[in-house]
Design a protein around this ligand. Structure first.
Ligand SMILES: [Zn+2]
Length: 279
């Protein structure tokens, strides 16, 4: 069916009681692995890319690659801008026909976060899903990330969501980007945030959290869980192992296909952990 709006992914997940994985791509191997897993499991999904990783190719390349691969897939998939930290990055992704956008102005003051996020909302047509972030998620993706985390204040949630008009809210409740030892969800805080929020929640840092915690998020108003590090590590590990086994290896196609298979297995496992109800 090709790409759909992020709104459609959120609505189908809400109707079916599902959590959408949001998997970061960088290149064709990662994209192929993600979609292979999506086709196996049949759960609506976000494929996303952050401006840091667009640097390899460009927004149009990413759109062409993902939409071409999805042309004959029956599962609803949206193409999402992850951590758009500037209005310019939002404009670039929209110009390239992305169907879902994250504006991340969480490093600014509360009022500036609202002003920047509301600006992004005005740029996004109503069928474009908008994710905004309140509180600051710790850890680092690539080399980017705040030095410290600020948890989301439940008392600010309703006003923020109303003022911005976002469709999803990324929250900081103990989750962290990348592999941060002892990253743990504070479910009491998540529950408070969930009851304060008129829109479903997004958890970043799906790679570093224990599976036992990831499997409970569907009970707490979470509609989207981001996973990046696990996929990147699967690809790098595959190439590293191939080289370690044979430093004269030259079959790029064989190692690339092994990387696709490794990424697909990681993605399938994550989707099943997020959705215990999926057989
Ligand atoms: Zn993130």
């Amino acid at each position: 069916m090709g790409l759909v709006s992020g709104i459609d992914v959120v609505n189908e997940c809400a109707a079916r009681g599902l959590v959408a994985g949001a998997f970061n791509t960088t290149n064709i191997e990662t994209t192929m692995g993600i979609v292979e897993a999506i086709e196996r499991v049949g759960v609506p999904t976000f494929i996303q890319v952050a401006p840091t990783n667009v640097a390899l190719s460009g927004y149009e390349y990413i759109y062409d690659m993902v939409s071409r691969r999805l042309a004959h897939t029956d599962v609803r998939v949206a193409l999402h801008l992850d951590h758009g930290k500037t209005i310019a990055s939002v404009e670039d992704a929209l110009a390239a026909k992305f169907t879902s956008i994250m504006i991340d102005a969480s490093e600014y003051s509360f009022d500036e976060n609202i002003a920047t996020s509301a600006h992004a909302r005005r740029l996004c047509a109503s069928e474009i899903a908008l994710e905004a972030e309140l509180g600051s998620i710790g850890g680092k993706e690539d080399e980017v990330g705040p030095d410290h985390a600020d948890t989301t204040d439940p008392n600010q949630v309703a006003h923020f969501v109303d003022a911005v008009g976002c469709d999803m809210l990324a929250v900081s409740v103990g989750n962290a980007h990348g592999y941060v030892p002892n990253a743990r969800i504070d479910f009491d805080l998540l529950d408070q945030v969930r009851h304060a929020s008129p829109v479903p929640l997004v958890i970043h840092g799906g790679s570093g959290l224990p599976e036992e915690q990831l499997g409970r998020l569907h009970e707490f108003g979470v509609v989207k869980v981001n996973v990046a590090s696990d996929l990147r590590n699967a690809m790098i590990r595959t190439f590293g192992e191939a080289y370690a086994a044979n430093s004269n290896e030259v079959s790029l196609i064989r190692v690339s296909k092994d990387a696709v298979a490794a990424i697909a297995d990681v993605v399938e496992r994550r989707i099943r952990v997020f959705n215990p109800s999926v057989a």
